[in-house]
Design a protein. Structure first.
Length: 292
């Protein structure tokens, strides 16, 4: 079991606010921190890793105390047994793939760990190359392998797939699920992608202004409220065209173009370039304008 309770003053785009978050994560669980930019998700992750210092808090992992502000105990990152995968990879450019993994090994760990990861991540043929010669997907695989090289008790992923295209993201989702199950490692991911959270995690924690306001199974959390349709997704209106008494909306959803029919009163409230949510209820789509 992992328990963390963090309090830290933050400066956001809309002013100052307080990060006040408590979370309990079961051994081997895969959970997500989800919410708008600037609500404190990455800061919470960095506090758990020891990369930032909260004003108050406690972190206990498998009965070992990593942080206890009241007792003035604060283990440095290298003693916390955390694997951290950064959004920008953060690979050492002067080291080979193998060198990056070896750097992350804990003292006394057998080199077999490196060989195992190179094989599991299909990096054997790349092990003597340096990061600048790798593709984005290859760098991500190296970064993930390096995060696992230290045999961490906790794997923290900070929006690791946001810079990749949809096809590469999907492939790496499958890869990380396989590795997470293989090692049975407790994992926390920060993500803005609903489909990513639903595919990877068993529980999502919704954050707003430094607080966890809702949590549960992703499907239940994301479908909660008035919009309980069979599916929903967001996109940008590319065109609005009249079709006799109805209107046709052309909407860009990710890399896909979707055409849906709208009633005149719905179309009258919409403009090209606006963001909308498409919701299907019994095959009758509803188009909901999103606040900017």
């Amino acid at each position: 079991m992992i328990h963390a309770s963090i309090s830290k003053h933050l400066h956001g785009a809309n002013g100052d606010f307080q990060l006040e978050a408590s979370l309990n994560i079961a051994e081997g669980e895969f959970v997500a921190l989800f919410g708008a930019s600037g609500v404190g998700k990455t800061t919470l992750l960095r506090c758990i890793a020891g990369l930032e210092q909260p004003e108050q808090g406690s972190i206990v992992v498998r009965g070992e105390t990593w942080l206890d502000s009241a007792a003035r105990l604060n283990l440095p990152p290298q003693q916390r047994r955390v694997g951290y995968m950064f959004q920008d990879y953060a690979l050492f450019p002067n080291m080979t793939v193998r060198g990056n993994l070896e750097f992350a090994l804990r003292k006394g760990t057998d080199q077999k760990r490196i060989n195992e990861l190179l094989e599991l991540m299909a990096l054997g043929e790349l092990q003597h190359r340096k990061p600048d010669s790798l593709s984005g997907g290859q760098k991500q695989r190296v970064a993930l392998a390096r995060a696992l090289a230290s045999e961490p008790r906790l794997l923290l992923l900070d929006e690791p797939f946001s810079a990749l295209d949809a096809e590469m993201r999907s492939r790496l989702h499958d890869e990380i699920l396989r590795l997470q199950k293989h090692f049975g490692i407790t994992t926390v991911i920060v993500s803005h992608d609903v489909s990513e959270v639903c595919k990877l995690t068993s529980r999502v924690m919704m954050m707003e202004a430094g607080r966890i306001v809702q949590q549960g199974r992703p499907v239940e959390v994301f479908s909660a409220g008035q919009t309980s349709g069979k599916f929903r997704f967001t996109g940008e209106i590319l065109a609005i065209e009249s079709m006799d008494v109805m209107f046709s909306l052309t909407v860009l959803v990710g890399n896909q173009i979707v055409r849906v029919v709208a009633m005149p009163d719905e179309a009258a409230k919409l403009h090209v370039g606006e963001r909308v949510m498409l919701v299907s209820k019994a095959f009758n789509p509803m188009v909901l304008k999103l606040e900017q």
